[in-house]
Design a protein around this ligand. Structure first.
Ligand SMILES: *Cc1c(COP(=O)(O)O)cnc(C)c1O
Length: 393
């Protein structure tokens, strides 16, 4: 290695765009419809089939998907919503958009997902005080599905709905079932450029519930219906549309839907590439003082992220040093996530550092290593070599 020649940048995630993707988008640009045409239902049907759900409702981004799903699940002023502190801001913000109160459930340090034990304990505590949540938003961190069968049992016992944030988990499986198909009332996916499949910006809500899907379709387009059978009044003419609730404009364009449909054709191939890279990281990192992602035998991660945890015994400043060494070597590592409750906006709501110690402990050592379908073995070797050097091994 010649030290004078800077090594090419390796991002933590990178989209994979093929000539087929470009052709699909170009075809839309030459077609009649740039929005509200045939591509959207085609993309939704393909996604629904792959995830074995009855309904897939695509929207502008996953943040909007979480917001609309909260509304459709009845979250409003005075509602209580719980999520994981180890997530992106949107998992909690969606409840605040609806005027609800947000709270968090600490993570399981092994899976880094919401802990079922902590959830059960908090439910039992709040049941006695009459402060149970209406909706719980577990997050499939890094692409690893949460303990959904256990969470669904708690949902049925304590009377809340599960809105799964599967923004990282397109294509992941639990007990052989695709995420979104079996346990959650609604499941949200993200198609941001860093995620598993991309539409640039984009999101989707999957559900098996007919009424919920219909509500979501209305909410994404002004709360409006055009089908005569759905109207409350006899229409004056074929031009009539009815607004039945207060909705937004969260529609996905035809270009985005066409890109998403084209990307979905490669979901399995890209997933296999991610799995192979994660397996290889597991082997290459086996002797380093880092905690690798958990590998529960009953589920298959989508491997959106490969987050390692620097051994806490190495000292409190170690993560920052290791992060800096990787960045200095042109390796685009990242940290997922700063616990949401420690953000100034959430501190102003009354949360404090120390409230969710497992999420905070995980965060203090966390570094997400680069992982994307086209990553080469040589790139991966370079990441591991710099990491080992920074850790002094
Ligand atoms: C990316 C992400 C979101 C938001 O997705 P957008 O499509 O960017 O709005 C929400 N939750 C999690 C866990 C995410 O990673």
């Amino acid at each position: 290695m010649n030290a004078a020649v800077p090594q090419a940048f390796i991002p933590y995630s990178r989209q994979h765009i093929t000539d087929d993707d470009i052709a699909a988008v170009t075809a839309v640009l030459r077609s009649e419809f740039l929005t509200q045409g045939p591509e959207l239902p085609r993309f939704e049907a393909a996604f629904a089939q792959l995830h074995q759900v009855k309904h897939a409702v695509a929207v502008t981004n996953a943040t909007a998907a979480l917001h609309l799903a909260c509304l459709a699940l009845g979250v409003k002023h005075g509602s209580r919503v719980w999520t994981s502190p180890n997530s992106f801001l949107a998992s909690a913000n969606c409840a605040l958009y609806c005027g609800a109160t947000i709270d968090f459930v600490d993570i399981d340090p092994d899976t880094r997902n919401m802990s079922v034990h902590a959830l059960r304990a908090k439910l039992e505590h709040c049941a006695q005080r009459g402060s149970l949540p209406q909706v719980v938003i577990p997050v499939d961190f890094g692409g690893l599905p949460c303990d959904l069968p256990e969470m669904r049992a708690l949902a049925d016992a304590f009377g809340f709905k599960i809105l799964e944030d599967a923004s990282h988990a397109t294509g992941a499986r639990l007990h052989g079932q695709p995420v979104g198909s079996a346990w959650s009332h609604a499941t949200v996916f993200s198609f941001h450029a860093v995620k598993i499949v991309t539409t640039g910006e984009g999101g989707l809500i999957a559900t098996q519930d007919d009424a919920l899907a219909e509500q979501l379709r209305q909410l994404r387009s002004h709360g409006m219906v055009r089908e005569r059978s759905q109207m409350t009044q006899v229409p004056e003419g074929p031009w009539v549309y009815e607004q039945q609730s207060l909705g937004w404009n969260c529609r996905m364009t035809e270009m985005q839907a066409a890109l998403g449909h084209s990307q979905l054709q490669r979901l399995q191939t890209m997933h296999a590439q991610r799995i192979a890279l994660a397996d290889r990281y597991d082997r290459l990192l086996a002797d380093l003082p880092v905690r690798r992602p958990a590998r529960p035998g009953d589920r298959v991660s989508a491997w959106h992220l490969y987050p390692v945890e620097i051994d806490a015994a190495l000292g409190p400043h170690r993560r920052a040093e290791v992060f800096a060494a990787l960045r200095a070597a042109n390796i685009g590592v990242n940290v997922h996530y700063i616990p949401i409750h420690t953000q100034p906006h959430y501190q102003a709501l009354g949360f404090r550092a120390g409230d969710f110690p497992a999420a905070e402990a995980y965060y203090s050592g966390a570094i997400s290593l680069p992982l994307f379908p086209q990553m080469t073995a040589a790139e991966q070797d370079r990441v591991v070599a710099v990491l080992a050097m920074a850790l002094g091994v």
